[in-house]
Structures are given as structure tokens and as C-alpha cells.
Design a protein around this ligand. Structure first.
Ligand code: PMP
Length: 285
């Protein structure tokens, strides 16, 4: 996958895809000092681009490093990368990390901070689940406490259990895994937030120990604009049985219906379809 044509923005320069490499002693690879963003460009415009760049800079600060580029510079770099590849519709991946430097140990104060912006063409994140409803497994791992790790950073280290949970889910024929949090409440999927519908009202876990997704915030706004009641609250796993509809939100996932979580099933109902279609219209408007 690394040996292909294309351009990647790396530390201020456009480089060929196959030359966008880092040294084996990169601090991030050993100690997870890496933060990233996932964005989508629709019709030549990145949806909430600035918010993603701001979150990237903030994620780095949670990990005690400063990205040496402003939001404006990061925005310009993203569009430069898209233009160099000739894309108007693509997924954009910005990643910032502590590079190789004089310090090989845990401390990395003297190591350079690096930034890369790549992209690729990416269709539906959950394939045909977008129409039929995704099937979710329940992860054996729990989202950690905010006292354990900076849970609001979009940091590589928080994805270690996402990858293993997703592998376990896929081995069971599921598209993704749902995490409970350290207290046992319903939290999020491995790369998306979750919503439920019951009796015409919407319920979504309170984002107090996981990423408060930009898509999540957008969808909450859309629901409220429709006059719907949205309860952001702690949700017990026992409540899953009583919910009628369920969907996931995320930049890659967009609004994807969920048909099943473990043994519980949900209908791909009218509100799920409406929100999914409205989101599609909004991002392309
Ligand atoms: N949670 C996790 C763990 C994620 O990786 C993502 C995707 N960035 C989300 C939630 C959704 O965030 P957003 O809507 O900002 O893409």
C-alpha cells in the first residue's frame, strides 16, 4: 500500500506517496506520542475542516506537544494535498507526532514534532451496512476513565483497544464493536459515536469519557432543530433491549444505521433514515 502513486504533505512539503516515510526510532511508534484527525472533503470542501484542525492542535496539547503550524496553515496544507492528488471527494488524514531525536527514552522534549496530511478515496465505512444496519459486537474492553488517560484527545494510544475489539467483532461477522465505559455505561464504537431512539425521543451517551465527535455534535443540533428531544445521559447496557432504533455517527461512518448489538435488534426506522439523508445533504451543501 505504500508503493503507489500520489502525494502526501509532510512537514511543509508535498512528497511522493512512496517517499512519505519515518525513521524506525520515531518516538510515536514506541510511546504512542501521536494524534490524528479523520475528515471528509465533499465537492471540494472539507466538512468542518477548521474544527478538525483545532481539535488536532488541542489533542497534541493534551499529549504535551505543540504542532508548529497554525489552523490556517493546516487548512491550506489539506487543500494543497487534495489539489495535488486531483481529489474533490476524499477522506483526509492529518497526523502529528513526536519524531526521532536525541532522546530515545520516554522523555522526548528535544524530539521534533512532525505533521503529515494524507488522503484517500473512501466510500461507505461500513459497506452495505449503511443501508441494512450494522451488526455490532460488545467489546470485552472498557473505555478508560478521564483520570487514566486524556480521553478527549484523538490520540493513537486510545485506539489500541479499538483495533483489537474490531478484530474480535469482525471474527464474529460483525462490522464493529461497542464499548461500555469504565463504569459500565454504554460509550461508543471503535471510531464512531452512538444514538438510540425510543418513543420518539433520542438518547445518546454523555461524552464524559470518550471523543465528543464533531458528527455527534452536528447530529444533536439537527435533531434539536427538528424539535426532537435529545437526552445526553448515562445509558445502562440493560436499556439496549428497550430501544427501537440505533445509529452511529462519525466522519468516516457519517450516519450509519445499526441493526443489531449482541442479541438486541433494532429497526432501520424512519428517523434513522431521515437523519442519515439530512446529514448527507448538509455535508454536500
Ligand atoms: N469516537 C471515536 C473513537 C472516533 O475515532 C471517532 C472518529 N473520529 C468518533 C468517535 C467520531 O468523531 P467525529 O464525528 O468527530 O469524526
Amino acid at each position: 500500500y505504500d508503493d503507489r502513486d500520489g502525494k502526501i504533505w509532510l512537514d511543509g512539503k508535498m512528497v511522493d506517496w512512496r517517499d512519505a516515510n519515518v525513521h524506525i526510532l520515531t518516538h510515536a511508534m514506541h510511546y504512542a506520542s501521536s494524534v490524528f484527525e479523520g475528515e471528509r472533503c465533499y465537492n471540494g470542501k472539507i466538512f468542518k475542516g477548521r474544527e478538525h484542525s483545532e481539535r488536532l492542535r488541542k489533542s497534541a496539547q493534551y499529549l504535551d506537544f505543540e504542532i508548529p503550524y497554525s489552523v490556517d496553515e493546516i487548512e491550506a496544507a489539506k487543500y494543497e494535498m487534495l489539489k495535488a492528488n486531483g481529489w474533490t471527494d476524499a477522506y483526509v488524514r492529518a497526523v502529528a507526532w513526536r519524531g526521532a531525536g536525541p532522546d530515545m527514552g520516554v522523555s522526548a522534549a528535544r524530539n521534533p514534532v512532525r505533521l503529515a496530511i494524507a488522503g484517500w478515496e473512501w466510500g461507505n465505512y461500513y459497506g452495505d451496512a449503511k443501508m441494512k444496519g450494522a451488526k455490532l459486537d460488545i467489546s470485552k474492553w472498557k473505555r478508560p476513565s478521564p483520570e487514566t488517560i486524556p480521553v478527549h484527545a484523538k490520540a493513537a494510544g486510545l485506539y489500541m483497544i479499538c483495533t483489537t475489539s474490531k478484530h474480535a467483532a469482525e471474527a464474529k461477522g460483525c462490522s464493529d464493536a461497542l464499548f461500555m465505559d469504565y463504569r459500565g455505561y454504554v460509550a461508543e464504537a471503535t471510531g464512531a459515536n452512538i444514538f438510540f431512539v425510543k418513543d420518539g425521543e433520542v438518547h445518546t451517551p454523555l461524552a464524559d469519557c470518550f471523543l465528543n465527535g464533531l458528527t455527534r455534535q452536528t447530529v444533536i443540533g439537527m435533531l434539536k432543530e427538528k424539535g426532537l428531544t435529545v437526552h445526553e445521559r448515562h445509558i445502562m447496557p440493560e436499556e439496549l433491549e428497550g430501544f427501537e432504533q440505533c445509529w452511529l455517527t462519525g466522519t468516516a461512518a457519517e450516519v450509519t444505521p445499526v441493526g443489531q448489538i449482541g442479541d438486541y435488534t433494532f429497526e432501520v426506522g424512519a428517523l434513522t433514515r431521515e437523519i442519515s439523508e439530512d446529514y448527507e445533504k448538509l455535508v454536500r451543501s
